[in-house]
Design a binder for this molecule. Structure first.
Ligand code: HSE
Length: 444
């Protein structure tokens, strides 16, 4: 049978990996897919560089539309990224009847509803395994492997850059800014690392997993997003003393009130496997009612790990493209006419537990006042850690005031209640600095 013909948009790190792995493993891939899969056209602004990578047998063009217009191309791989031209080209490829494979989490998390609707109307597939956790086949696991389950929650380390930074902060006792510089020097963090360190990249991925897990539309705008820029080395150290590691988690959870969708630093018990995922690695925990807890671990970025996911999608499409569109695996795991209208909860309605660090004057009654406010708010304390007074500074009256850190772990409470209690605690004259609040997940 004639090979499936693929056009590749964007010959960057992942594009090169895809081309190389497909060429290197072509015989085995053909035996699996049932027919050959060939990249016959590549679009890249740097035509000469791309041509030197792919050799003379592949047509390289600078205009991506030349690929979309070619009737021989069956599948378009979009590896341009972002919501701009990538969105236009994906929609044009769909309109031209091409199947699309993309690693573009930002595009799908924000415009997925429009893109999947266009694909369904045209009877083509949009596959995006590479968009979440790089080489880990988490989309396949959620959409197919766990299809028997009512998924209860997902918690993932789904951004390698921030996990690398947090690992460095813990290992070396360094602050965020120093660890970020190291990550940039080693090539883990982009020159503009905003999407990674502010949690946006993780939130794009969590949004996609949430949609597939619960059969809801992609709703990035409803995600709560908090990055790691405010984390201090002291909190990582105190968390360790209490038996926890701090990880940037993407969490989505089914609750009686609605769906939680949030990305923020979280304390995770050190004894959990996921707490021990270090460096730039990714891991995703999924809790299903039948299967219990499952854990998926691997490289979340990089040339060939991400290519592994892109090519898995090419093989899926090769196997399924002649199937009746209604009998294919739905884009978001649930049939488009059977989506749920479960709403995504605002962060103020989320129930979780907390780590609090208060810099206080080390005077009689301070701890009693703080814990009294928590008690009045109905927030139950799980553990308290008080350091020895470690600093003496002068107050307004020039009296020497010893200071100390008080660390409090709480039991579960609704976020709105904690927000109100924090305002009251912060107003105490003996609380000397802004209170640090980090959420805690037991992941039991
Ligand atoms: N920048 C991402 C990360 C990889 O650091 O994990 C691509 O999503």
């Amino acid at each position: 049978m004639k090979p499936i013909q693929v056009g590749l948009l964007g010959m960057g790190v992942v594009g090169s990996g895809t081309f190389n792995v497909l060429r290197r493993n072509q015989e085995e891939i053909k035996r699996r897919a049932g027919r050959g899969i060939e990249i016959t056209m590549v679009a890249d602004l740097d035509v000469a560089r791309a041509q030197s990578q792919v050799g003379e047998g592949v047509q390289v063009v600078s205009d991506a539309r030349a690929i979309i217009a070619n009737p021989d191309i069956d599948i378009v791989i979009e590896l341009i990224g972002g919501y701009g031209i990538a969105k236009t080209l994906v929609l044009e490829a769909i309109a031209a009847g091409k199947h699309v494979v993309t690693a573009n989490k930002a595009l799908l998390a924000v415009h997925g509803t429009e893109i999947f609707a266009a694909a369904s109307a045209k009877g083509v597939m949009v596959a995006f395994e590479a968009a979440v956790a790089g080489g880990i086949p988490i989309i396949k696991a959620l959409r197919e492997g766990l299809t028997a389950n009512s998924i209860q929650w997902i918690a993932g380390i789904i951004n390698g850059t921030t996990n690398f930074i947090l690992s460095e902060m813990r290992d070396k006792g360094i602050d965020f800014a120093v660890a970020l510089k190291q990550a940039q020097a080693l090539g883990y963090a982009e020159a503009d690392p905003t999407f990674d360190i502010e949690g946006v990249d993780a939130a794009h991925k969590a949004t996609l997993m949430s949609a597939i897990a619960f059969g809801i539309p992609v709703q990035f705008d409803k995600a709560y997003v908090e990055g790691i820029t405010q984390l201090g080395a002291a909190d990582i150290k105190y968390a360790e003393q209490l038996g926890y590691r701090i990880k940037l988690l993407g969490i989505t959870k089914r609750t009686p009130a609605g769906i939680e969708l949030r990305v923020h630093p979280s304390l995770v018990p050190t004894k959990r496997l996921i707490a021990n995922v270090e460096g730039a690695m990714n891991a995703v925990m999924v809790q299903g009612d039948a299967v219990g807890t499952t854990l998926y671990y691997g490289k979340g970025a990089g040339s060939e790990p991400t290519a592994s996911a892109v090519i898995a999608d090419l093989v899926d499409i090769t196997r399924l493209h002649t199937a009746d569109p209604l009998n294919r695996v739905p884009h978001l795991a649930f049939q488009p006419n059977a989506m749920s209208d479960l709403h995504v909860l605002p962060m103020s309605d989320v129930v979780t537990s907390y780590y609090l660090r208060l810099r206080v004057a080390d005077q009689a009654g301070v701890l009693a006042k703080v814990t009294g406010l928590l008690a009045e708010a109905g927030i139950s304390i799980d553990a308290v850690l008080q350091r020895e007074a470690d600093e003496v500074v002068s107050d307004a009256a020039n009296t020497s005031v010893p200071q100390t850190d008080v660390i409090i772990l709480t039991h579960d409470c609704v976020e709105a209640k904690m927000n109100a209690a924090l305002v009251q605690m912060q107003a105490l004259s003996t609380v000397l600095e802004p209170i640090t609040r980090i959420r805690k997940e037991e992941l039991a």
